[in-house]
Design a protein around this ligand. Structure first.
Ligand SMILES: C[S@@+](CC[C@H](N)C(=O)[O-])C[C@H]1O[C@@H](n2cnc3c(N)ncnc32)[C@H](O)[C@@H]1O
Length: 489
């Protein structure tokens, strides 16, 4: 099994194809919650604020389909009796419902995850109260109720909203081990002390005083470890301007993942995240010197993770499985899913995807590539084509570049560009940067060229998911030329 690897694809297929029995020490999974909404990825605006630019990363709405029926039958035919009895009972209660579709999809994957877990391993399933009670009985059936370790409440604070019930301010993390022999390192600390209190008291830790029957601040001790951590964790959600934020809406804080990894694995162990999104678990595992495996079903997540890993650890070596490596692979991806192809193609030049593919109007923009010209952030519009191409599409890109007041335009195509297309592009002339360097304003690349390493010529490129903290000068300019606010959903 290849370690430190990102896999593109459905985790059920990947687990079955690549991950051997009893090979993983810790699994963290943060699957879609069945909250009946689309999880969207939000990219930041140039000003650093959350942009309205939304790209549907994945749907978390589950419906009963022939796929669910097939998975259900597979569970009935192959799973241990307790699991089959439970799933049959659940189906009686929720016949062919969305919840049943969700639980079936989760159950078949949990069985596979148990298979790849070592006997000393643990699994942490991150969910919320929408389905946590159902998932817990499924986990009891799959792992055995004696292997239930904790229901961890991750409590966070956020802006309250008026409603006719109490504010929802926690997620649930269900912690199961594969056996009683599981790896566990007790962590110590004070959950309740605010950062400001710790600052005031330096390295001293405050011991609670319960003598009155209530918790009161007690004496200060030097360098105490604090009590063993409880199952209620108070860790802040990512602030809008947090340094680690990469723009993935469901991104979890690294502190949360670090805690799980430190508690249930050792250096050199293998951590698997089969729903890894923007790769928080993978980044935390790498930082803590664990090996890791990440799986995600969108190229958006895979490109984001690649960028995040390289930005966090410039010397990192890792593999990616499932991305096209040649023209035939690129053609197959385009045929299978046009949007996945676009996201992947944009990642070849480090461009940022743009617009909601399902809901958005056709803006003629598939992505943006940002670059730095003497301290100012400038942009190029990127257009990606997988079908037949012609000179009219180059003319369209020229119009979009003008409309968006972009400095340059890049046309990425699976098919070879014709001579009239190249002539039309050459006519547009050059972008002259602040140092007098000339760059072709409109550049055309075939996917084959990009696969061979060709790259757009621009001044210094800025990473695709970089959070922009621009100078006032640039902000003002963006207000005038307000692409991000006005043209997006
Ligand atoms: C809630 S997000 C995970 C967020 C992640 N914990 C983070 O901090 O970025 C769930 C992820 O699961 C992925 N996903 C959904 N279904 C999947 C499947 N069947 N196989 C692999 N990945 C899947 C989605 O693309 C999404 O990125």
């Amino acid at each position: 099994m290849e370690l430190n690897t990102l896999y593109y694809g459905d985790n059920l297929t990947i687990l079955r194809k690549y991950i051997p029995d009893e090979s993983v020490d810790l699994i963290y999974l943060d699957p879609p919650f069945n909250s009946n909404a689309s999880y969207n990825i939000l990219f930041k605006e140039q000003s650093g604020e959350q942009s309205a630019a939304q790209i549907t990363a994945f749907e978390d709405t589950w419906h009963w389909t022939s796929e669910s029926e097939r998975a259900f039958q597979e569970i009935v035919n192959t799973a241990p009796a307790t699991v089959v009895l439970l799933m049959r009972a659940l189906r009686e209660v929720f016949p062919r419902s969305d919840m049943m579709a969700y639980l079936t999809m989760m159950c078949i994957r949990l069985l596979e995850l148990k298979r790849v877990l070592k006997s000393t391993g643990s699994l942490y399933l991150h969910c919320d109260p929408t389905a946590s009670h159902y998932l817990r009985i499924v986990l009891d059936a799959v792992f055995g109720k004696e292997n239930f370790q904790n229901e961890i409440i991750w409590r966070y604070r956020r802006w309250p909203a008026k409603s006719k019930r109490f504010q929802k301010m926690h997620d649930v993390i269900l912690f199961y081990s594969k056996s009683v022999e599981h790896t566990f390192c007790t962590l110590y600390g004070y959950e309740q002390l605010a950062e400001s209190t710790l600052k005031t008291f330096g390295t001293k830790k405050q011991v609670a005083d319960f003598s009155s029957g209530h918790r009161k601040p007690g004496r200060l001790e030097e360098e105490t470890l604090g009590p063993p951590l409880s199952d209620v964790w108070e860790i802040g959600i990512l602030a809008p301007m947090a340094k680690e934020r990469v723009g993935y809406r469901t991104q979890k804080p690294e502190a949360l993942l670090e805690r799980i990894i430190k508690a249930s694995s050792k250096e050199g162990d293998t951590v698997l995240d089969p729903f890894c999104g923007c790769g928080t678990a993978v980044v935390a595992a790498h930082r803590l010197k664990r090996n890791w495996i990440g799986i995600d079903i969108t190229h958006l997540a895979i490109s984001l993770m690649k960028w995040r890993l390289k930005t966090n650890f410039p010397d990192i070596a890792f593999s990616v499985v499932g991305e096209p490596v040649d023209l035939a692979g690129a053609e197959a991806l385009a045929k299978e899913n046009r949007y996945q192809f676009q996201w992947w193609a944009l990642s070849l030049i480090g461009a940022r995807p743009f617009g909601d593919k399902k809901k958005g109007a056709d803006t003629g923009i598939d992505g943006f590539l940002f670059f730095n010209d003497a301290g100012e952030t400038k942009k190029a519009v990127v257009s990606v084509k997988s079908g037949k191409v012609g000179v009219s599409q180059i003319r369209e890109l020229i119009r979009v570049v003008e409309r968006e007041k972009a400095e340059m335009g890049f046309f990425l195509t699976l098919k070879t560009a014709t001579a009239p297309m190249k002539e039309e592009a050459a006519e547009v002339g050059f972008y002259l940067d602040s140092f007098g360097n000339k760059y072709l304003k409109l550049q055309i690349f075939t996917i084959e060229e990009l696969l061979k390493g060709k790259q757009p010529e621009t001044p210094q490129k800025i990473g695709p998911f970089h959070s922009f903290s621009n100078k006032n000068k640039t902000k003002k300019k963006n207000k005038k030329n307000n692409t991000f606010r006005t043209t997006l959903i």
